[in-house]
Ligand binder design. Structure first.
Ligand SMILES: O=P(O)(O)OC[C@H]1O[C@H](OP(=O)(O)O)[C@H](O)[C@@H]1O
Length: 326
């Protein structure tokens, strides 16, 4: 018989649930929350031996990993923290792991600020930026441009079905940026008024493909046709190491009820009960090929998408296992 899996701290469970249900969302924010949860788990661990501590940490990482599949910042964060488990005693392991998680969170914040400064160089005074979804990395570029004294305006796509564009609009208005909010289907019409498309990323593949909120690829195709450059703001934690060896990135399929309520479903089908003839598909992300992206802005500089693999090799090497195999 197999042993029971080790207990994880309730904070780990709560964080995992919040990530799965998108109360915690956005690739960088998810990574930060996961590292914080691992730190708490490490600090509160009452493991009776170093091996028990390590297996508890691995169980916590696995619980967090199994929440959402697309943003690679999550496994990258888990792996980074677990690689920092160091020591002969539980006390040593506890403090090294917690310190590693805290260093990760500090680095994440600094990387985003640095990325913002680099991305701001692409924005000129008076530029209009079209955004999709809500990305803290993308917003960091606008924030840095504002700090440089540039005037920036924004056309903000609503981003169905969850309307994260509202979060972007709220942040931009807080910074006093003039915002025009549009429905997603209006994007092509408004591209003529935009100087840049600026989006974030959940994962970047080795060939320079950008995996981001559903609708990004269509926006990028339209932007290319209209001659509007597409800029992707993505810290290196968004680089997906497994894609160097040919793995594809899993696209999360979310619940029907984000798109269609039970009442709306009954109105369409005229039935109270289930109708297997009506299927609702709700992919959360899509893949934008590198030819539709002008630049990937990271804290290490900005790169044409085709050359991102060089940075990926430098940062991750060639072989990577699951986070809990660290
Ligand atoms: O890391 P930052 O730049 O904040 O966000 C990156 C991306 O994460 C979000 O995914 P979701 O809303 O969690 O599904 C969006 O796709 C956004 O572009």
């Amino acid at each position: 018989m197999e042993d029971d899996p080790p207990d994880v701290d309730p904070v780990v469970d709560a964080t995992a649930t919040d990530i799965a249900e998108m109360r915690i969302r956005g690739a960088a924010t998810i990574a930060d929350a996961a590292a914080e949860a691992l730190a708490t788990h490490a600090k509160r661990s009452e493991a009776s031996s170093p091996e028990a501590f390590r297996s508890g940490m691995r169980a916590a990482a696995r619980r967090l990993y199994e929440t959402r599949p697309t943003a690679v910042s999550l496994p990258n964060a888990l792996r980074y923290v677990l690689q920092g488990m160091d020591g002969e005693t539980v006390a040593e392991l506890r403090s090294s792991t917690a310190a590693r998680a805290e260093a990760f969170r500090r680095d994440l914040e600094q990387a985003q600020a640095k990325l913002g400064e680099i991305g701001a160089n692409r924005l000129r005074d008076g530029d209009v930026v079209m955004t999709h979804c809500h990305s803290t990395d993308a917003l960091s570029c606008i924030e840095a441009a504002l700090e440089d004294g540039k005037h920036v305006e924004a056309i903000v796509k609503e981003t169905r079905p969850r309307k994260q564009g509202h979060i972007t609009a709220e942040q931009l208005r807080e910074w006093d940026v003039p915002v025009t909010l549009i429905v997603d289907n209006a994007a092509r019409r408004y591209l003529d008024d935009a100087d840049h498309v600026l989006v974030g990323a959940d994962s970047i593949a080795a060939d320079g493909s950008v995996i981001n909120k559903i609708g990004t690829s269509g926006l990028a195709v339209n932007a290319r046709e209209r001659g509007v450059p597409v800029m992707v703001a993505a810290q290196t934690i968004k680089l997906h190491p497994d894609t160097m060896t040919g793995h594809t990135v899993a696209i999360e399929m979310r619940e029907e009820n984000e798109v269609l309520s039970t009442d709306e479903r009954s109105e369409i089908t005229g039935l109270e009960e289930a109708d297997d003839g009506l299927i609702v598909e709700n992919p959360a992300f899509d893949v934008t090929p590198p030819r539709h992206v002008d630049a990937i802005v990271t804290e290490r500089g900005q790169f044409p998408p085709e050359s991102i693999v060089t940075l990926m090799r430098e940062l991750f090497g060639e072989t990577i296992g699951e986070p809990w195999e660290a």
